[in-house]
Design a protein around this ligand. Structure first.
Ligand code: ADP
Ligand code: ASP
Ligand code: MG
Length: 444
């Protein structure tokens, strides 16, 4: 069985929903994971923000506008009156539910329920559309099987057990439509896998059922060798290893949710990225191994904060780094990059929710300095130990960019540098020229 995930733009209009329905109708058993129609989750976030700020009228107006847009989609999507009515009735229920929050106090728990409606609508519309076309399918609610634990990590056992149970039901069809992004938390409340989380849903489902393949269908022909939103003339990479893809996803390649490679890697399930707008394009295949290349790709992650802890006498003492790391652990804040010297250690974080607490606790071990608004630029390639020249060439390409930190040797396929946000674009463009040179020397 395969798992196919279609992102927001892939289901972003009535026409796109019809195109996806056509793509998935080939009699192969599959689980189809859908995102919300593009723009919907952002609008739901906006509604939630207005509700928090008690801007009732604005929230109400945004809800009305979104509802009207869905009625337009429905009239374009369905061909028969009964299905137009069925679609409208369903959408009306969702929007009545959203309006019910307008005159109440608003809490984070309710925000999660509001955000979940986008995927609930897109999957229901797809289910009805397939039904209207006479294509048998089962709409399976992700809230029945997708779950995170108290640490917001996937509850693998629960997911597998409940998904398998749903698949075993005698009335379950071989074409299953389900929601990405949404889940329940350890307390059974509606929650989500964070923005862009539908990729993660697909990977978790694929791993749970040991799928033959996980396909991520989006609006571009695979993972490109640099960020196409920032750099011109980027090219799709045909083959990546799980580790290379995980580095790129973690360090900012938006095409994949940061955690989405891990479940596939764990179960050794190939991940294929495909373009819905051009299904015949080859796309990118992610597997355990991939042919080595000097430099494969560059990605960048913004919103990074660097913290330097300076200690006059403690750094060399054993136990010092442990104490520093324990502070971050206590505040549940992951560290991305680290650089050490005899007198100081620098590290980066992307979540500043507990920055003040962390700094207060670190003061016990030394003086601290903070640099905000930084970016990590990550270069993925073949930096195997003992190989000469490549690291130097990468750094040479960055000669005009001030570097705050460098991380090399953490893995064999990554060099990361920390730069100021304002230097990120230049770093990525300069690296893209270097990649073009290096790749033109290599055969595909
Ligand atoms: P979806 O809605 O299908 O999940 P996303 O917008 O999340 O799609 O991801 C696809 C987008 O990711 C592309 O349109 C592209 O702009 C962006 N992107 C950023 N980095 C890369 C990259 N290295 N390769 C391909 N796309 C990238
Ligand atoms: N709809 C969610 C979002 O916009 C999840 C996703 O698209 O992957 O973040
Ligand atoms: Mg996405």
């Amino acid at each position: 069985m395969k798992v196919l995930k279609f992102g927001g733009t892939s289901v972003g209009s009535a026409e796109r929903i019809q195109a996806v329905a056509h793509l998935i109708n080939d009699n192969d058993p599959k689980i189809v994971v859908l995102s919300a129609m593009s723009g919907t989750t952002n609008t739901l976030v906006e509604i939630a923000n207005c509700l928090y700020r008690n801007e009732k009228q604005t929230a109400f107006d945004i809800i009305q506008n979104l509802e009207v847009n869905y009625y337009i989609v429905i009239t374009e999507l369905f061909e028969t009156e009964p299905y137009i009515q069925k679609g409208k009735k369903f959408v009306q229920t969702i929007f009545t539910y959203l309006r019910s929050f307008v005159n109440k106090d608003f809490y984070p728990l309710q925000e999660k329920a509001v955000l979940a409606q986008g995927e609930i609508i897109s999957t229901t519309l797809m289910h009805y559309y397939l039904e209207e076309r006479g294509i048998r399918n089962t709409l399976l609610s992700a809230l029945e099987y997708m779950r995170i634990d108290k640490d917001c990590e996937p509850d693998y056992f629960y997911i597998r057990q409940n998904l398998e149970r749903a698949l075993r039901q005698p009335n379950t069809e071989s074409l299953i439509i389900t929601q990405g992004f949404i889940c329940r938390n350890a307390y059974g409340e509606i929650d989500n896998l964070k923005r862009g989380g539908s990729d993660y849903s697909a990977a978790l489902i694929g791993a749970a059922i040991k799928a033959e393949e996980i396909q991520i269908w989006t609006d571009i022909d695979g993972v490109h060798n640099n960020d196409p939103r920032i750099v011109k003339n980027t090219k799709a990479i045909r083959h990546l290893s799980f580790d290379e893809a995980a580095e790129l996803a973690y360090f900012g390649a938006k095409i994949l949710h940061p955690s989405s490679v891990q479940p596939a890697k764990k179960e050794n399930i190939p991940v294929r990225l495909k373009n819905t707008l051009c299904p015949q394009d080859e796309g990118t295949l992610i597997t355990k191994e991939s042919p080595a290349k000097n430099v494969k790709a560059v990605a960048a992650k913004s919103g990074i904060t660097a913290i330097k802890i300076k200690s006059t006498n403690m750094l060399l003492a054993y136990g010092f780094l442990r104490k520093v790391f324990e502070v971050f652990e206590a505040w549940k804040t992951p560290i991305d990059m680290i650089a050490t010297s005899e007198v100081a250690v620098s590290l980066t974080i992307d979540c500043t929710e507990h920055l003040e607490d962390i700094l207060r606790d670190l003061e016990k071990y030394g003086t601290t300095e903070v640099d905000e608004n930084m970016a990590i630029v990550c270069i993925v390639g073949d930096f195997a130990a003992g190989k000469t020249g490549l690291g130097a060439q990468v750094l040479e390409a960055l000669r005009e960019v001030p570097l705050r930190m460098i991380s090399y040797g953490g893995s064999e396929h990554n060099i990361s540098v920390l730069v100021k946000e304002e230097d990120k674009k230049k770093a990525m463009i300069d690296l893209s020229h270097k990649i073009a040179d290096l790749q033109s020397d290599e055969t595909e």
